[in-house]
Write a protein that binds this ligand. Structure first.
Ligand SMILES: C[S@@+](CC[C@H](N)C(=O)[O-])C[C@H]1O[C@@H](n2cnc3c(N)ncnc32)[C@H](O)[C@@H]1O
Length: 399
């Protein structure tokens, strides 16, 4: 899992571009040139912008702690009701007003809050979504665990299995499919509740990006508490649905589905996709925020099992956050790189890497669907156009 991979030395850039890049390095690290660039009317805007970007990088931890402080004081929910004065907030928080003012003014600087008169605060443009979505607030609180793991980034890189985040995700210890995770059931309930509260954004993204009316039966693999299948059932009354997750999660999903009155339309299949056969019959399989939790070998096995379970003409829809979605590394990437490392077994993949894995598993016409918010998920789809020969040692699943 955390074993070091033998590194293949990467190829150096070709002669010209390498020499040019080295020359730029020399210019950018020259103190004399730096002083000149900071004064010149042609370049000082660039120097100012880079200094600010670098400062923000250095201060990023403080920014996320300001956000955490506001979440813990339930400020966004309260300010959505009405603006509050500094004294009101301080009395409720039991924090001396002059100290609390530093938090509130910092939140104003970060556009989480907005001043509404003298020592009076309301919601800012970035605070409004936090007032509306409990899922974002839950993730902010949950990130406190990740940031504790990250207090020494090199220690985390050297020993990711020592991360506290690892204990949050019991199934990341069982990637070989040899055994069911035997963690207490409250561990499954804890991560499932977190996933359920953050799934709403992905659900909206998926409903907007694909035409589900042309399907008959959908199987959601690793479906968590069933929010996605319930949303599909409500939006598309003709669909019949199946949900598969590990037994403790499947039991919780079955309860939720029953309380939504959807048990007649959604069948729950407890099991592990790493060593149980997938249920047959669906003409669409969805895989939502699942592949990134698993190493390449497990994802290969899962994609191949999905391909085998689909009829010819069937389709796979895969949705999760991906790296370099606009063709180059972007600022959301580091969060997912480190989260998945601390979690214990998966990795953030680019759309191209996932498309390659899907193609390898036998899917054709693999493509990226247009979406609105890649920070929540990027969507890929692929079709099964023919049956592949059975892999050696595989038996035919008669289910
Ligand atoms: C990150 S959660 C995503 C849940 C849901 N799809 C969502 O987007 O909220 C990954 C899910 O995969 C499930 N899972 C992990 N390993 C599994 C396995 N071997 N077999 C079946 N489900 C598994 C987990 O229990 C969990 O519900």
């Amino acid at each position: 899992m955390s074993a070091l991979q033998p590194a293949t030395p990467p190829a150096a850039a070709s002669g010209w571009s390498e020499r040019w890049a080295r020359q730029v390095d020399r210019w950018m690290t020259s103190p004399a040139l730096g002083r000149w660039a900071g004064r010149s009317v042609f370049t000082r805007w660039l120097v100012r912008r880079r200094s600010r970007e670098l400062f923000d990088l250095m201060a990023g931890f403080v920014h996320s702690q300001v956000l955490l402080g506001c979440v813990r004081l339930q400020l966004f929910e309260r300010l959505a009701q009405r603006p509050h004065t500094l004294e009101e907030i301080a009395a409720r928080a039991r924090v001396p007003a002059p100290h609390l003012q530093r938090l509130l003014d910092s939140a104003v600087a970060l556009r989480l809050l907005e001043p509404r008169g003298e020592r009076r605060y309301g919601l800012g443009p970035l605070g409004a979504p936090l007032a509306v979505h409990a899922g974002i607030r839950d993730m902010v609180e949950h990130n406190a665990t990740l940031y504790r793991d990250l207090h020494d980034p090199l220690a985390l890189l050297r020993d990711p299995d020592g991360a506290q985040m690892h204990a949050w995700w019991p199934y990341t210890d069982h990637q070989d499919g040899s055994a069911q995770p035997a963690a207490p059931s409250d561990q499954f309930a804890r991560y499932s509740a977190l996933m359920a509260s953050s799934q709403r954004f992905v659900i909206d993204e998926m409903l907007d990006s694909h035409d589900f009316s042309r399907h008959r039966q959908v199987l959601d693999v690793g479906g968590g508490l069933g929010g996605w299948v319930c949303a599909l059932a409500r939006r598309y009354p003709h669909l019949s649905l199946m949900h598969l997750d590990l037994p403790p999660v499947s039991a919780l999903a079955a309860q939720r589905i029953a309380s939504d009155g959807l048990s007649a339309r959604i069948a729950c299949h407890p099991g592990s996709f790493l060593h149980d056969p997938l249920p047959r019959g669906a003409d669409l399989v969805t895989l939502v925020r699942v592949a990134h939790d698993h190493p390449d070998a497990a994802v290969r096995r899962l994609l191949r099992a999905i391909h085998d379970a689909l009829p010819v003409g069937g389709e796979l829809l895969l949705a999760e956050p991906m790296a370099e979605v606009d063709g180059q590394p972007a600022t959301p990437d580091p969060y997912f790189h480190f989260y998945l490392l601390a979690m214990g077994s998966g990795r953030l993949r680019t759309p191209a890497e996932l498309m390659h894995l899907m193609t390898e598993a036998g899917f054709e016409g693999v493509r990226r669907l247009s979406g609105h918010q890649p920070v929540h998920a990027t969507l890929l789809s692929g079709q099964k156009t023919r049956c592949l020969p059975l892999e050696p040692g595989t038996s035919v699943n008669k289910e």
